[in-house]
Design a protein around this ligand. Sequence first.
Ligand SMILES: *[C@@H]1O[C@H](CO)[C@@H](O)[C@H](O)[C@H]1NC(C)=O
Length: 519
Amino acid sequence: MKLLVLFSLFFVLCSVESLKVLVLFHMPVKSLSILGTGVVRHLLNAGHEVTYVTVYPLKNPPTKNFRQIDISKNVELVANDETLTMGYVLEHQIEKNGAYQIQVFSQENARQTFQNENLKKLIQDPNEHFDVVFSDLLESEVYSGLAVLYDCPMIWLYSMGAHWQVLRLIDHGTNPAFTPDYLSPNDLPLSLFERVEELWARIRWQFLKTFITQPEERKIYEETFGPLLAQRGRTLPDYEEVMYNASLIFANEHHAIRDRPATPQNFKYVGGFHIEDPVQPLPKHFQDLIENSKHGVIYFSMGSFLKSNSLPKKLVQELLNMFGQLKQTVIWKFETTLPDVPKNVHIVHWAPQPSILAHPNVKIFITHGGLLSSMEAIHFGVPIIGVPVFFDQFTNINKAVINGYALRVNLNYDLPKGLSAAIDVMLNDDRYSKKVKEMSAIYHDSLTKPGDEIVHWVEHVVRTRGARHLRSPAFNVPLYQRLYLDVLAIILAAVYLVKYIIASFDTKKAKKQSQKKKN
Ligand SMILES: *[C@@H]1O[C@H](CO)[C@@H](O)[C@H](O)[C@H]1NC(C)=O
């Protein structure tokens, strides 16, 4: 009897708990793939079976419960784009990003993804099935077609915070008066002009989306999934219905950040999940280097996407000279070997960033302000000097500055001077490190770890067949009803009607009177 109970318990655990998850990270952006790898790691640790569609296939993939679908061909979309280098930005000083360009880029990427031979093989196989589709979300929702194909719930992971563009997929967009767009350089509180700017940015974005990119996306959706569903004897639902049918959105943001707008129940903050906890131990030479630095360490890295070797030689030399005058050890992640490097500066082609930041002797982190770097700074409590280059980096750094644990330096030919001044301020004022430690404490003071949160909600969505109970009621209320424009129209019509009646009454009276006079 006991054995039977044990056996059935085992059976229940096995059959219910192990899910088949399709994880899709389609953007040719390294940092996003790091998020993808994080998701995969947590799902595998929880005993689920993962099919990982990735632009950057893992070199040492796990052998159990895992397979990867290589879509590295997507890299071609950015491979020869010189505008994505620091050298280009330095010359052209682009502060503003184009909403349209990003929409088109995402769409082109979606097209490439669905035309990829490896992915085609997967989706054309009628014997494949998944319990849930988990995809990266950036400006294009075509991937939701996969949830239709496998007749399962859809979960998005958004690499940024609670932005209106994604909230509108499950609730409604936030109020632009207090939530700037992710591409906007505006800080809170917004001035009158900035509020107009934010409103205009949204109107423009929505216009582009509705009339230009979305019709194209619909085509990709219909061309890709129409035949596949026909093959399986089903008809394709309307794109709009599918787009707005996600069960849950995870956001790569966390609770320690200020000024987050209210969000619906099916929007979950899981920022920091990509960081291994505990971190990998430092390799011996890094360990020795950092431990033997009497005055502490400054760690300088512009991330994995930006290539620092696109910077002019003269500027690099000036940076080296500036770093050479410091007492601190400087670890600079740089892709090429440099001549005449000062004694206290160490150029490394690769750096175990989390493990470095975890070391208490690391005093300052100089970064481009990418999402992951910003997150790691909080996780490990290291103040930052931000040199934003593009995309959301301006917003990230501005936020960090407002939150009090960062200084911002602009990328231009005065970079060495700017950095030198910022380093000086930060070394002599412990406000920044105190603040970041305080935020780090808030971030860590949480019921669950972000990775466990992901696993729980993925399982919850599958167990409850799409978590319909989490859907926001606001979602089904159109904008004109939310703004009570219909009521306003009724009131205006009523006022007009009353005025009309009074006016016609008056003219009748006037006519009668004039008739009386004539008589
Ligand atoms: C929307 O999602 C739910 C839950 O996953 C699913 O049952 C339903 O079929 C989906 N609807 C469409 C139109 O895809």
